[in-house]
Design a protein around this ligand. Structure first.
Ligand code: THG
Length: 279
């Protein structure tokens, strides 16, 4: 299964047979006070710096999240997208809980974006699937619905199936549906990661779709985040994860190593190139 995203002209293919595509997470106000303050001043220099450093570190796609309390992201998300588009040709993953902001951003983005995110709630399906179809965007489907978040992987699979079925009814292609099995803090729930890994396995086996997740979510509140995230990402890739949202500076090595170990990197070319580029 191949999901093709596009910047202005550059295409990125997310392929269920690998190699793994990295969606850079760093354009996100979570614990980045500087991002909030610069954006509030209408200054996009820091966003562009975050984009450049992530691309250098191995990001293939950039997640763009500018939501924080008090901000009008219907205005700010498209402005940020335009600033990024002016300097970089990478595909964008538009990350907002506000469909108005997503639609406003899609209007100016061009290329082929990823909508982050749709979920199994009726309201979400109705608004966002129409938008995805109209702007020919791909979608991330979160495996939660009107009943909230279930801890049963089989039930998460059922929600993934529902999102896929509804998307196809709206005329969205199956390849343009990427499933998020939900990654949550393992400090709060010791089974959180096991549930995510099992959901990935099921979605991969039963639906064969591309799979993403917010890989860094699992390590909130813990030390050794880099080791923890890398370990989790490797296990998840083995089970079927194809496009994690993560900090490329911290996880690119584990991603390249996983592809190599899984037999998707002939002659270790990508692996060696990655380490050479780091020297
Ligand atoms: N699924 C989908 N989208 C998502 C998430 C998801 N988008 C948002 C989030 N979860 C993924 N993005 C982040 C961004 C930053 C961090 C975690 C998840 C993070 N930042 C560091 C911190 O808080 O300490 C600071 C930055 C850094 O380490 O470099 O952890 O689950 N579809």
């Amino acid at each position: 299964m191949k999901t093709v995203l596009r910047g202005n002209t550059r295409e990125v293919t997310i392929d269920t047979n690998g190699p793994v595509i990295i969606i850079g997470e760093c354009i996100n106000p979570t614990r980045r006070k500087k991002l909030v303050s610069t954006l509030q001043e209408g200054n996009f220099e820091y966003v562009l710096e975050l984009a450049e450093s992530q691309i250098k570190a191995g990001a293939d796609v950039l997640d763009v999240n500018v939501g924080f309390p008090g901000v009008d992201d219907v205005k700010l998300l498209p402005e940020t997208v335009l600033a990024l588009r002016g300097s970089f040709d990478v595909p964008l993953c538009l990350d907002s809980p506000n469909p108005g902001a997503i639609e406003a951003a899609l209007k100016v983005a061009g290329g082929k974006c990823l909508i982050n995110s749709v979920n199994g709630e009726e309201k979400s399906l109705k608004t966002l699937l129409r938008i995805a179809k109209e702007y020919e965007a791909a979608i991330i489907g979160l495996t939660m619905d009107d009943n909230g978040i279930t801890h049963d992987p089989e039930k998460r699979l059922v929600i993934a199936e529902k999102i896929l079925e509804r998307a196809v009814k709206y005329g969205i292609k199956e390849v343009d549906v990427i499933i998020d099995p939900l990654a949550m803090a393992v400090s709060a729930d010791s089974k959180a990661c096991v549930v995510t890994l099992e959901t990935i396995r099921l979605v991969h086996q039963k639906l064969g779709l591309n799979i993403t997740m917010g890989a860094s979510n699992i390590s909130f509140g813990l030390p050794g985040r880099e080791d923890l995230n890398s370990t989790f990402i490797s296990l998840a890739i083995f089970n079927g994860l194809t496009c994690p949202i993560a900090n490329p500076e911290r996880i690119a090595a584990a991603v390249r190593a996983s592809d190599l170990v899984l037999g998707r990197d002939d002659f270790a070319i990508r692996f060696v190139e990655y380490f050479q580029s780091r020297m």
